[in-house]
Design a binder for this molecule. Structure first.
Ligand code: MFK
Ligand code: FAD
Length: 468
């Protein structure tokens, strides 16, 4: 069988290996505390988290439908590593840091830097974290009196930390949630609701609570169709005795990827839930969750790109072909350089969106920042997402339409904000002779985009779709 064994690429501290992340933080968030925290987190990723993520892949969740006595229990059994990742997520403040706001408008950049480092090692625990963050954001932005839930979603105390699900998709409605949602909500005398319906894709179903959409029925059982009939609800997934809250877990999805994550089909058969939004404002209210999960999606995609480029570079120093190391083959170096440039651009794009989010939450955002955040969130998600990341949280085409929605809804103001922003950045870049060719080419692209925008701004989304 021969004596040669390839030396493997080594994973070392992802923070100290990442010159761009370090430089970015040095420039914008140079606090010693941040550097120290990320340094230690980078060590923990190698020494502990990486193995846990791997364990989650090797030990996928299972559904225990009945107990030994034939009673229906519907328990989702996850491995110890999955639970440990939940605890680590709380300890490291992977959601909390976004709400403690210790670093003012840079708090999201700080939090997302950790998510970015965590993602490629975390066995997709990033999925429940994204939804948990999104749920906290919705609760905070609606200002509803569910303080206990908010505190638990954003705590660093691992014993109190809760995660949230995001149950939107039904068999009819994945992208088209507004017309496809059939779940109904019947009002109870105490003001709570009971939900009846079928949710077709619910990831990280081991969550403690969930946000979901349903149509409130009148006394005759009738409800309003379309987006204006949908309201947003908050529900506990499990009762205090560990049994399901009016839910039957039909089955766990047998997936091609993301096998670590328990994703289920759920029959809601009288799930007790609390109304969170105004009646009929469900879609608009859950949009805040979509913004957060789409930003997480972006950051996780870029974190994975960085891990891949890092390992590729490391491998190229160890693997030989045709008499020399890969790093000495010009063509291979060109391939790696292209990956590196894409990764850097995607990183800066992702961090810019996080910066804008942080400014908005810190109430220091200008009007332009707010418009840019709305426009760039779907663009960043659709551009960076590959594999499953491009399906969930809005497919590439659906997000393209969301970009058009943002243009139409703001009567073109988001584009105006974008053009002003890019023009100002190009003016800065023009000062450097080395950047002249790139600046010229960007000016050409910008002119073409402006021409499109002139025809697009005043038209409704449907008409815009034709012109896209
Ligand atoms: C690794 C990390 C990743 C974590 C992954 C977690 C696991 C996966 C979880 C999921 O996949 S959860 C399911 C995600 N599903 C989607 O993303 C659904 C995709 N479909 C859309 O995004 C549609 O655009 C949407 C259902 C949101 C709306 O379609 P409609 O019904 O055609 O929308 P309409 O009528 O234009 O808008 C309704 C309201 O919502 C409007 O507000 P107003 O009533 O005030 O006018 C819109 O402005 C508002 N809205 C829609 N999208 C918005 C938004 N507001 C802000 N931002 C947006 N993006
Ligand atoms: P469809 O909406 O039927 O779309 C099919 C195709 O048509 C896509 O390519 C889409 O881009 C395209 N398309 C649709 N509409 C348009 C249009 N107007 N113009 C152009 N093209 C269009 N959902 C949840 O609610 N919670 C979860 O936790 C969750 N977890 C998931 C986990 C995994 C692993 C996966 C794969 C999905 C999960 N989903 C979840 C569901 C996911 O959000 C949906 O699959 C997604 O929103 C797409 O919906 P769909 O599958 O019904 O596809």
């Amino acid at each position: 069988i021969g004596t040669f064994f390839q030396e493997r690429p080594l994973l070392t501290n992802s923070f100290t290996q990442d010159a761009l992340l370090q430089a970015y933080l040095q420039r914008h968030l140079p606090e010693q505390q941040v550097q120290q925290d990320l340094l230690l987190f980078g060590e923990r990723l190698v020494s502990e988290i990486e193995a846990l993520g791997r364990q989650c892949e090797l030990t996928p969740p299972v559904l225990q439908r009945y107990d030994a006595w034939g009673r229906r229990v519907d328990r989702i059994l996850t491995c110890d590593a999955w639970t440990r990742l939940k605890h680590i997520s709380a300890q490291e403040g992977l959601v909390a840091a976004g709400y403690e706001r210790t670093y003012g408008e840079w708090s999201r950049v700080y939090q997302m830097s950790k998510i970015y480092l965590f993602a490629p090692s975390a066995g997709l625990y990033t999925c429940p974290l994204a939804m948990t963050d999104g749920a906290a954001k919705v609760i905070e932005s609606l200002g509803v009196p569910v303080r206990e839930e908010f505190k638990r979603l954003t705590t660093r105390d691992e014993k109190r930390f809760w995660t949230s699900g995001q149950w939107m998709t039904e068999r009819r409605g994945g992208s088209d949630v507004s017309s496809g949602t059939e779940t109904v909500a019947r009002r109870q005398q105490d003001g709570w609701f009971k939900l009846y319906g079928f949710k077709w894709f619910t990831s990280a179903t081991d969550a403690d609570v969930t946000l979901t959409l349903a149509r409130i029925t009148d006394q005759h059982g009738r409800s309003t169709a379309g987006s204006s009939g949908l309201s947003l609800f908050l529900a506990k997934v499990w009762d205090s005795d560990g049994s399901c809250n009016g839910i039957e877990v039909q089955r766990l999805k047998d997936k091609l990827g993301t096998r670590q994550v328990p994703t289920a089909e759920l029959l809601l058969d009288g799930m007790s839930a609390q109304l969170l939004s105004e009646e009929g404002r469900g879609v608009a209210s859950i949009a805040n969750m979509l913004t957060i999960t789409r930003i997480h999606n972006t950051v996780c995609a870029v974190g994975t790109m960085r891990r891949i480029t890092h390992l590729c570079r490391e491998y190229a120093r160890k693997r030989a072909a045709f008499g020399k190391l890969l790093k000495d083959h010009a063509l291979h170096v060109q391939t790696l350089s292209r990956l590196e440039v894409e990764t850097r651009a995607a990183f800066l794009f992702a961090m810019e969106v996080c910066r804008l989010l942080g400014r908005e939450e810190n109430r220091s955002a200008s009007d332009r920042d707010t418009l840019l955040l709305r426009l760039l969130t779907p663009v960043a998600k659709l551009y960076t997402a590959k594999q499953v990341l491009s399906i969930w949280e809005g497919t590439t085409n659906v997000l393209s339409l969301d970009v058009l929605r943002s243009i139409a809804k703001s009567s073109g103001s988001v584009l105006q904000a974008f053009f002003t922003d890019v023009t100002e950045r190009l003016q800065v870049a023009e000062a450097s002779a080395a950047l002249h060719p790139a600046v010229t080419s960007l000016h050409t692209s910008l002119s073409a985009l402006k021409r499109f925008a002139q025809t697009a701004a005043a038209r409704p989304t449907g008409a815009l779709e034709q012109s896209a």
